[in-house]
Design a protein around this ligand. Structure first.
Ligand code: NAD
Length: 416
């Protein structure tokens, strides 16, 4: 096997795909069709900065597979969001939406930018220009963007407005909008809530008592902070969390509500006095019951896989573990619940938001959370059953189920 650091995120996701395709006995032609994105767009995003200068950014939208429904996937603002990464993340969306059985395909977008370096006005202008440049590829029944790393509900409101200036009022064009703009109650917390639901359910199967269980969360953004907060409210002990600048650790458990207030005031977790400062590397290697990577891709590689002490990893981020690290950990007896299952709560409630927009009808938050729980647990039990019956990992079972559903849709459509 090639050293996975020489591979891109897209190549690595395709290693997981190929492994499932081998077991499913897919033909070469079908494999090729399912691996490669259906359509890709690279755009220039020129922005007039506050100082009057023009800066030119690069943006992408990749539509990976639309056999099961309109393309669906987030938009990432990150300096390293290149085409290969966006392709890999788009492909993960195809398998994820199929795994949780939503009527969607997979897509992803990205702009190579560090949003922390731009003012709100600059971000507004960048988002509008990016939306105008991909506008001909997206539509409420064609491709529906959502927030991802570096973007949020405000970004979606700007996207909806820019799209609406051309096409008229179209709330169903994006999900993850502010509730006042047609967003769904429960969407902001949905990905983190889904992570917490899965932990409770998996803990029963693994004989883990979640009351007081020691949890480490990397990333304290949308996904990480909600996951940490809900697990904290459920009685878990969150012993460490981190942001891009490093983390905080307290063996007795962090006061998560206080840490959230601190982050809201200062913009990060560094400097919080309720724990000791640690680096992101040290955080991943802490002795704990559950590790939740909820920040960026490729944080657990063959270089640090042997130092990971958690017996259970919930992949809240997309692609945090490389295939080689996945092999090392799995062979070492670590249970890994994969990204396409664990972080699917976001796209599940995005689907609820989209249906509410199409029907112009609002759900109560309790209904959103209940339906989210049902969807997440159904997917988890399907994965667990397949993993047990075939003697394969949860990741292998998740990919098998997702790929199988997409293959079925391709066959039923008969378009090739
Ligand atoms: P976010 O921008 O809200 O938060 C990201 C967090 O990660 C921040 O705390 C940031 O400081 C931290 N971070 C950034 N770079 C880091 C680094 N190099 N090392 C350590 N920490 C770092 O993003 P988010 O929406 O919470 O997304 C996090 C992950 O979850 C991404 O992989 C994303 O693709 C995935 N995801 C998000 C959603 C969603 O609904 N937002 C849904 C599914 C999956």
């Amino acid at each position: 096997m090639l050293k996975t650091r020489e591979l891109s995120t897209f190549d690595e996701v395709n290693l997981f795909f190929d492994d499932a395709a081998d077991r499913l006995g897919l033909t070469d032609g079908l494999r090729e069709m399912l691996k490669r994105p259906w359509r890709e767009l690279q755009v220039q995003v020129p922005v007039r900065m506050d100082d009057g200068e023009i800066q030119v950014f690069t943006g992408f939208r990749v539509q990976h597979n639309g056999a099961r429904g309109p393309y669906k996937g987030g938009v990432r603002y990150h300096p390293e969001a290149d085409l290969e990464e966006v392709r890999g993340l788009a492909s993960l969306m195809t398998w994820k939406t199929a795994l949780v059985d939503l009527p969607y395909g997979g897509a992803k977008g990205g702009v190579q930018v560090d949003p922390a370096q731009l003012s709100q006005n600059e971000l507004n202008r960048l988002t509008r220009r990016y939306t105008q440049n991909i506008e001909h590829l997206i539509a409420p029944n064609r491709d529906i963007p959502a927030p991802d790393l570096g973007t949020n509900a405000q970004t979606m409101a700007w996207m909806m407005d820019a799209y609406g200036q051309i096409h008229g009022h179209s709330p169903a064009i994006v999900t993850g909008k502010p509730v006042e703009m047609g967003g769904s109650l429960g969407r902001e917390a949905a990905t983190g809530r889904g992570v917490a639901f899965l932990l409770q359910e998996a803990a029963k199967d693994l004989g883990l008592d979640t009351e007081g269980a020691r949890i480490v969360v990397q990333g304290f953004g949308n996904v990480g902070s909600w996951a940490a907060r809900i697990m904290y409210d459920n009685g878990c002990r969150i012993i460490a969390v981190s942001g891009v600048d490093g983390g905080v650790f307290n063996a007795g458990g962090l006061d998560i509500p206080r840490l959230q207030d601190f982050q809201n005031m200062t913009g990060g977790v560094s400097g919080f006095t309720g724990g000791e400062q640690i680096s992101n590397r040290e955080l991943l290697e802490l002795d704990c019951d559950v590790l939740v990577p909820a920040a960026i891709d490729n944080v657990i590689t063959e270089d640090n896989a042997n130092s990971i002490k958690a017996p259970l990893i919930l992949e809240a981020a997309n692609h945090p573990i490389t295939p080689e690290a996945d092999r090392i950990l799995s062979e070492g007896g670590v249970t890994i619940l994969p990204d396409i299952l664990v972080n699917a709560g976001g796209v599940v409630v995005s689907y609820f938001e989209w249906t509410q927009n199409l029907q112009e009808f609002h759900w109560e938050e309790s209904r959103v959370n209940e339906e989210l729980k049902k969807t997440m647990l159904r997917a988890y039990h399907e994965v667990r059953a397949r993993s047990t019956s075939e003697g394969i990992t949860h990741r292998q079972a998740s990919f098998e189920i997702g790929v199988q559903r997409v293959v079925r849709a391709v066959e039923l459509r008969g378009f090739v």
